[in-house]
Design a protein around this ligand. Structure first.
Ligand code: 4NP
Length: 153
């Protein structure tokens, strides 16, 4: 899960996805990272922590870090929150790896839409991000369930 700062959207995405995978009994490794190094080592933004907490998800253990080229080698799916994140992530991909990188809402089948940056927004903007990510992660988990039952992953 990748956003700009790794303090607002991608920590929420990581928390929601881990929660849903656990509920579905799917064993998968999920992590998040950012494209800026400005917040490296920081906890998620308080507004993301509170929004996740309201929905029973703890993300306080997370610490911001920057995406690396080895993440692109290591992870099967690299999911960007917005188009700018997506474009920037392509710079980290070696030849042939570009197809691992998607916009999260597009990957979930919701169209080429973005998860808007809530950093300069209010609680409602964080709640909106939560619902977008909750819907997207549910759709992705459902997709993984079908693939794993067909032995495709
Ligand atoms: P995020 O939000 O990419 O969802 O973590 C942001 C966090 C920090 C900044 C921008 C967006 N910033 O400019 O510091």
């Amino acid at each position: 899960m990748v956003c700009l700062g790794n303090i607002c959207r991608s920590p929420l995405a990581e928390g929601i996805m881990k929660h849903k995978l656990q509920q579905a009994g799917i064993d998968a490794h999920v992590d998040s990272a950012g494209l800026l190094n400005y917040h490296t080592g920081s906890m998620p933004d308080k507004r993301s922590v509170n929004t996740a907490g309201k929905h029973g998800i703890d993300i306080t253990y997370q610490r911001a870090r920057c995406i690396t080229k080895s993440d692109i080698h290591k992870f099967d799916y690299i999911l960007a929150m917005d188009k700018s994140n997506f474009e920037n992530l392509l710079e980290y991909a070696d030849k042939g790896e570009e197809s691992r990188i998607s916009l999260i809402l597009d990957f979930a089948g919701l169209g080429k839409k973005e998860v808007p940056d809530p950093y300069y927004g209010n609680t409602g903007d964080f709640e909106n991000v939560y619902y977008l990510l909750d819907d997207a992660c549910q759709r992705i988990v459902d997709k993984l369930k079908i693939s794993s039952s067909l032995n495709l992953v």
